[in-house]
Write a protein that binds this ligand. Structure first.
Ligand SMILES: NC(=O)c1ccc[n+]([C@@H]2O[C@H](COP(=O)([O-])OP(=O)(O)OC[C@H]3O[C@@H](n4cnc5c(N)ncnc54)[C@H](OP(=O)(O)O)[C@@H]3O)[C@@H](O)[C@H]2O)c1
Length: 301
């Protein structure tokens, strides 16, 4: 099987290079070789490699900058995805794609299912929803996984930011009224491989699936957990939990103008996928612990 992986240097893409290896030959062009803002170049890359499976882990993921540059977010997260879907449709390839909890407005009290109506509140969310719709309307074979609060020891994410701040500061403000499931890139990549195998065995229908760790917390809860665990591992931190101040989103936004509005409730109900695959998704702490155990605290995060 020939797999063309976009975004192979990102958090999820990096892990996919490991978990998809048993499926066959993976080609993972760098952004410089397949820039999603260059539609003609992207089409040429698709034609050159003629993949059986296109895995799209590339995205414009900078949520706050997207507020000021929505056209680039749309080009990468929607127009390029439409080009992938069109290629997949006319060439019989499978498209594997990732989307986000940010397609929802977060007003609902329970976890969101795949049947709930998306209503993004920020530019990044609008661009991700436009990408989903391009796939649905493109009519190709596709598996789309919505995930949330992704972290890994590789790349930029909330946990690495907290560890960096904890080395530098004695106090930090962290939002306490947004909840979600911190999800490791490892978990997303592991389950993607299981889903791909199940799809090829006709045990998983194509479509849209929610895929996160189980359990939930707030950004504040996650920051406290990370600092406590890092201290337990002997990390040299200036910050301890008493220095982490819980703030409301509205206050944080007032203090940081230009910050995108984020959903209060980012919880995704993953039963559609777990029931089909017969999986129990691990609690978010399992992979956070794993990441925190692997960090070399002697080096800056
Ligand atoms: N991060 C999260 O919290 C989160 C939450 C929910 C859903 N998701 C979704 O999960 C997927 C993967 O996210 P991630 O956290 O792994 O992303 P990431 O670490 O930010 O990596 C994004 C990848 O996209 C590539 N990229 C960015 N702009 C590009 C362009 N113009 N042309 C080609 N490639 C480009 C980057 O290339 P470079 O390596 O050159 O920068 C990088 O390899 C995305 O669809 C994202 O929307 C993420």
């Amino acid at each position: 099987m020939k797999i063309l992986l976009f975004g192979g240097n990102g958090q999820i893409g990096h892990e996919l290079q490991r978990t998809l290896a048993p499926f066959g030959n993976i080609v993972a062009p760098a952004r410089s070789e397949a820039d999603f803002t260059n539609a003609d170049g992207l089409r040429a890359v698709l034609q050159q490699h003629a993949p059986d499976v296109i895995v799209n882990a590339a995205a414009y993921t900078a949520v706050d900058p997207a507020e000021r540059d929505e056209s680039t977010a749309l080009a990468v997260n929607a127009a390029a995805v439409e080009a992938l879907a069109r290629y997949a449709r006319y060439n019989g390839s499978l498209l594997v794609h990732y989307s986000s909890d940010y397609v929802f407005n977060g007003m609902q009290s329970g976890a969101y299912t795949e049947l709930d109506v998306p209503h993004p509140q920020n530019a990044y969310g609008r661009s991700k929803l436009a990408g989903e719709l391009a796939i649905q309307q493109g009519g190709c074979h596709a598996l789309t996984f919505r995930t949330s609060w992704v972290f890994s020891s590789h790349g930029r994410n909330f946990i690495r930011t907290i560890l960096k701040l904890a080395r530098e500061r004695k106090t930090i403000d962290v939002v306490s009224d947004q909840i979600g499931a911190p999800t490791s890139a490892e978990l997303v990549a592991d389950v993607t491989a299981l889903a791909l195998a199940a799809f090829h065995a006709d045990a998983l229908p194509e479509g849209l699936y929610h895929l996160t760790a189980s359990g939930s917390t707030s950004w504040y809860g996650l920051a406290c957990y990370v600092v406590q665990q890092a201290q337990a591992h002997g990390a040299p931190l200036k910050l301890d939990v008493s220095g982490i101040r819980a703030v409301r989103s509205a206050d944080y936004q007032r203090a940081h103008p230009g910050t995108a509005i984020r959903p209060r409730n980012s919880r995704l109900d993953c039963r559609k996928l777990t029931e089909k695959l017969g999986l129990a998704l691990p609690h978010w702490k399992v992979h956070v612990d794993r990441m925190l155990m692997q960090i070399d605290y002697g080096k800056a995060c």
